[in-house]
Design a protein around this ligand. Structure first.
Ligand code: M6R
Length: 369
């Protein structure tokens, strides 16, 4: 069942190129229209929405945060991402013009189910992006776009995260086309960029041994910090969550720009810090700002481990160690930069002799509020 891997989580990390490829396969019909798996939200409704609200918990919420950058950029529709358990209790402004996206691997997360019902009571159309066929969230939503990651057994979500980003991107591309925000050739370019990602993810998996070595050398660490900016920010949050839940190490993800507003006080001699560096080919100022963050924490004694794009010649000057991922368009990069962080958490937890697939105190799906 584990396909020769030591844990389900390791297998699922290695399933990721397939999970993304399967989620993409055959999704756009000959007219460039997204094929939903179940249900329908009329184009007239999708044309009239003025806001998208993603409701989710944990890793699924981080996938939503990644997708926000892309969907807003492509569609110019404002996107909010909210933890489902917070959404419901704050009297959110949701109505018939709000597209609610319920994002969930299991489709059985009670917090997300309750938020979905609340949104529907306000008249909002709900689309589910779920992995589990026929799950409660799939059944109760107006339409469903399945992630095709296959069963995810390990409590720590990995392949579902990549598949969720992929499916949410497809929804964003579809809305952009429907609402006339993008020309057909731009849509084709975006889809072609997505199509290249499985091969690039495979390349990250094939070159991961240095990350494993680093993880084994850090088994006695009490705290690891993660910094990212733009799409790298939710990746930092996800890297920290993986480490907390399976290695029981205190870990925090921060927006790199927030460092000087407080978190930099945590930096002490020897503090390990992972930094997700934006591409130097993207907005130049963003790359140099995060390079400055690397310098700032290093000057205060941090050990700096940087995830950078291949060809980024500056990264190595400022880091103790750099882990390179293939070059990709900025919005596609989270599908690559999160992978070394998943592998790091898995290897560190394994080196500590922990039960990676069944971490203490956690259940695969949280079916109580
Ligand atoms: O099944 P869901 O995607 O709704 O689950 C949401 C979270 O409970 C889940 O992502 C959780 O945070 C994972 N253990 C993270 O690895």
């Amino acid at each position: 069942q584990k396909g020769g891997f030591s844990t389900f989580m390791d297998k699922e990390i290695h399933d990721q190129p397939t999970a993304v490829a399967d989620t993409l396969r055959g999704r756009i019909d000959e007219h460039g229209k997204l094929k939903l798996d179940e249900g329908l939200i009329a184009d007239s409704v999708l044309n009239s929405i003025d806001k998208i609200v993603v409701i989710a918990c944990g890793t699924a919420a981080y996938a939503g945060l990644v997708a926000r950058y892309a969907i807003e950029h492509w569609t110019r529709i404002p996107v909010e991402v909210e933890l489902a358990h917070e959404f419901r209790y704050r009297d959110p402004v949701v109505n018939v013009r709000t597209l609610v996206v319920a994002l969930s691997q299991s489709g059985e997360t009670m917090d997300t189910i309750m938020a979905l019902r609340h949104a529907q009571q306000q008249g909002a159309p709900v689309i589910a992006i779920v992995n589990a066929q026929g799950s409660t969230i799939a059944r109760e939503s107006d339409a469903v776009l399945y992630t095709r990651a296959g069963p995810e057994i390990a409590v720590a979500s990995t392949k579902a995260f990549l598949a969720q980003i992929t499916a949410a991107y497809l929804l964003g591309i579809y809305l952009a086309e429907l609402r006339g925000n993008k020309f057909p050739d731009e849509i084709r370019t975006l889809l072609a960029q997505l199509d290249e990602m499985p091969g690039k993810i495979q390349r990250v998996l094939d070159s991961a041994e240095p990350v494993r070595e680093l993880a084994r050398s850090l088994v006695d660490e009490g705290s690891v910090l993660f910094l990212g900016r733009h799409v790298g920010y939710p990746v930092a949050l996800e890297g920290a969550l993986k480490l907390k839940e399976i290695a029981y190490i205190h870990a925090e993800g921060f927006a790199a720009g927030e460092l000087k507003h407080g978190p930099i006080a945590l930096i002490d001699e020897g503090q390990p810090v992972f930094i997700i560096l934006p591409s130097p080919r993207g907005r130049e100022s963003l790359h140099s700002k995060v390079i400055s963050n690397v310098q700032e924490v290093r000057a205060r004694g941090a050990r700096t481990f940087v995830i950078a794009e291949e060809g980024d010649t500056e990264a190595a000057e400022h880091a103790e160690q750099v882990f390179y991922v293939p070059a990709s368009p900025v919005l596609m990069s989270p599908l690559l930069t999160v992978v070394p962080l998943q592998i790091f958490a898995h290897e560190l937890a394994s080196a500590k002799g922990l039960d990676v697939d069944q971490p203490r105190n956690l259940a695969k799906s949280v079916t109580v509020e």
